[in-house]
Design a protein. Structure first.
Length: 68
């Protein structure tokens, strides 16, 4: 099991916890920019749970639509 670096919930990360034949569920989602992995305290986040990763993707897309 992995722990979400944002909310602390335990979840299965296919990149860390699964067998090599199994792709992680996160690979089906849009990619985040490197800066999107930085937390508020400027430390890099590791794996994020589905909810937190989806929130970061939505935030990145919203920010991109404002500047793009």
């Amino acid at each position: 099991m992995s722990t979400c670096s944002k909310c602390g919930i335990s979840f299965t990360c296919g990149m860390v916890d699964a067998t090599p034949e199994e792709a992680c569920w996160c690979t089906q989602l849009p990619a985040l920019s490197q800066s999107a992995y930085l937390q508020d305290d400027a430390k890099a986040a590791t794996c994020l749970c589905r909810k937190c990763l989806s929130e970061r993707i939505a935030m990145q897309q919203k920010d991109h639509s404002k500047t793009g």
